[in-house]
Design a protein around this ligand. Sequence first.
Ligand code: FES
Ligand SMILES: [Fe+2]
Length: 450
Amino acid sequence: MTDIQETPVGVGGIPRDKAAEPELTGRPITGERYYTTEFARAEWDCLWPRVWQVAGRVDQIPDPGDYVTYDIGRDSIICVRGEDHRVRAFFNVCQHRGNQLVTAETGSLAGGDFQCAYHGWRFDTDGTLNFVPDEDDFPGGSPCGKSNLAEIPSDTWGGFLWFNMDVEAAPLREWLAPVADHLDGYRMENMKRTHWVTVEGNFNWKCIQDNFNESYHLPYVHPETLASMNEHHSGSQFDLYPSGHCRMLMPGGGPGPNYRGRSDRTFKSLAQDFEFWDFDPEPYRENLAGLRAALQQQKRRLGAEKGYDFSNYSDEQLTDHYHYTIFPNISFSMKPDGCIWLRGAPHPTDPEKCIFDMWYLTLFPEGVTEYYSNSMHDFVSIDSQVEHQTGKAGEVSCGRGIDQDVAIWDTQHAGLRSRGFRGATLAHQERRVGFFHDNIDRHIEMGPLP
Ligand code: FES
Ligand SMILES: [Fe+2]
């Protein structure tokens, strides 16, 4: 028998307070938002330059001179660790005549400078232009120290490198409210990226964020979830925050009360979790509703022995789905020992294409450097940077569940561009989708960033 008294005193975890429901406009979500260059242009001018974005992981740039680049839409950003160990972000553009400065995705200057391939201008890691060939040939005087790289706000949180193209942007932590406060306990800065997959999709980037803003599709796109989680909206909590970010709390560790399937199906779908946690589900064959609490208690009991520190987590966090969407285009799907990190980003020129990233971040148990990831069905190692896999939808895998999502976006986009589509009809449980589009409109109404 489980004994709730065994739960250590002080285990609180993430607050589960329900956010006040915002008023939604109910404006139609039409196909044009997904395929017209006009709408993509409005997003490019008004939305993307105002939002905090992720360039990479902090552990990619441990030493001075290490850098990563990240391309978003028509821009490219460099994040570099300076000689003073500070991380800075710059537009990846030489101020001489506009050549892109760096073409590698990641690299190290190893004590050197960024050097433009066109005419050899060189920039320090703090962005200062420090060498120009024929310096005395510039009528206005030497550009050194003047035509420096264009720096933009940058910060780190959760082990991610963040930047914002708006020099007036609010601080990252403020912008992330309340999500950063909620997710601090997962210590994502200690997680290691163990899968790094980029899919070049033939669909608009919003198909991705729409999808991760609702769970209505689970029984059809992911039928296996019926047996392993309480996927019905009546069992979940949806929170829509004034910042534009959202979350979904969905009970896991067993099916919901509406499940009419066989217990074998449940046992099979949770088999790896049961095995890892030395958990015998047999006593719950006729009482699947009891699985969740029993599994929570087992994880609580064996956590330390397995190398985990679960003291920051509530019992719910040990089994349930804590799914956060960050406006406009990032999702964190939290697990006690990892995170599925998802991002949809616009194609530089074609609104009918996009870039979809799936990273799996693994929290390795204490003292373990290699182990079998239940989520990715693969052995992962803490010692090496994972290889970046890129390809078209269907060519690279993001893991079974996410692959199911990717497969639907192609056909959805094809339908969205049909003249027969009259606009979305949203269920109440899909209100995060409406909220997402309202927030895009709110940005567009602000006008282009000056
Ligand atoms: S464009 Fe970079 S040095 Fe000329
Ligand atoms: Fe899905």
